[in-house]
Design a binder for this molecule. Sequence first.
Ligand code: MN
Length: 290
Amino acid sequence: MSNSSTVTRPVRRVVKGMPTSDGAGVKLRRVIGQPQLPDLDPFLMLDEFGTDRAEDYIAGFPDHPHRGFETVTYMLDGRMRHRDNHGNEGVLVPGSVQWMTAGRGLVHSEMPEQQEGRMRGFQLWLNLPGREKMTAPKYQEFGPDRIPVATPSPGVSVKVIAGKVNGTTGPISQPATDPTYLDVALEPGAEFTQTLPADYAAFLYVFEGTLEVGAAPEVSVLRTHELGVLDEGSEIRLNGLTAGAGGKQARAILLAGRPLREPVAKYGPFVMNTREELQQAFEDFQRGRF
Ligand code: MN
């Protein structure tokens, strides 16, 4: 059902992930945070990693710092061990989510906990408002059994990491950006509609199969490894077109969040508001204050 105040978000532009490598040589696909799409306030970066070849991931991400934002790791396949300089350590298993608020800073490593087999998932970087950039580091970490699954319509299954689908609420709390993070699976022909605040930034990234996004006459097709930046509007509408190889569903992550509309000064793993704060971050890191 639609009414006069409903605006279905069309796709404003389509961006393909750019193959690159990071860490100690991990091959990945950078979707946000590359020349075609430098950022999408409040989202700073999106990487998709996905490979069956151990040599593409085995070097991992040895010790590196973060300050001023959040990193969100969502594992689909494989196991990753994280360890930081504040004594936090754990293993991310398939289907788990780690939402790490770096705040004023930490140094950590993210290393594969396997010698072979498939490694697949996403890392998203989400900005923090200036007033929260120097908070104490914090983790929200949830295993696969703690991520609720909604079945809002026939042929649709949604893992709710953050936000709300009908009566199902995800476990993540982040009032500043009020994020929605959904892993949506649609059988061909199935339809999914999600309401959202109309002015939030939103995008969809397809990682299996093909989807249709929007409502007539503004319907776009998104294929595997394509990101659709969505225009403003009060709802998002998806239709499953084709399944991914070997599967019976198309799958995409759907992200939305409140834009911060603040100046961004960033360099590598530091994201602040001003050049001075960035210089302070370098100095604090070099002096071992993280
Ligand atoms: Mn990291």
